[in-house]
Design a protein around this ligand. Structure first.
Ligand code: ZN
Length: 165
């Protein structure tokens, strides 16, 4: 049996995603790592933190190329996206020790995508009881602090990880 994650701050995100100028993924790539919350830049894909997480440690992996067409991703993009998701899980395991993960592509607005023009893979750590903790205790204002802390911790872990090609 699955239970949906309840993340009230997502409402703010869904409400504002369409009002932003430009694509948040492309903007993140243009910014500094820290401003864009980018934890890893690969050749054809990159990893960033979700400013509006479903749960603590919510990462997103996206192709560096601006494309909303999942089916048209190229082979080396697909491989790098997959590898970076795997490495992201490895880093999260060291930082947060989650009990499980949800990985998923939300394609199209009806499927829950906030950004439809630039495909991205969600990596969401899960813990037993996390919906209660995050839904009741987690408020919007605690998220930025959690994110900057997570960012620093992931960079520290990343520095100790072997790079795979
Ligand atoms: Zn883009």
């Amino acid at each position: 049996m699955t239970r949906p994650l309840w993340a009230p701050w997502r409402l703010e995100y869904v409400g504002s995603a369409d009002e932003q100028d430009g694509c948040i993924f492309c903007l993140a790539l243009e910014r500094s790592d820290e401003e864009g919350l980018v934890v890893h830049r690969g050749e054809r894909a990159f990893v960033l933190l979700n400013k509006f997480p479903y749960a603590s440690g919510h990462l997103m992996v996206a192709p560096t190329r601006h494309t909303g067409d999942f089916g048209e991703l190229e082979a080396d993009e697909v491989v790098e996206l997959h590898r970076l998701a795997s490495q992201g899980i490895g880093a999260l395991a060291q930082v947060y020790e989650p009990q499980g993960y949800n990985l998923g592509w939300n394609l199209g607005r009806i499927a829950g995508a906030g950004i439809v023009d630039h495909v991205h893979l969600h990596v969401v750590p899960r813990w037993a009881g996390d919906t209660n903790v995050m839904g009741v205790v987690g408020e919007v204002r605690v998220v930025p602090q959690a994110i900057s802390q997570l960012y620093d911790e992931l960079l520290r872990v990343r520095a100790s990880m072997p790079t795979t090609k």
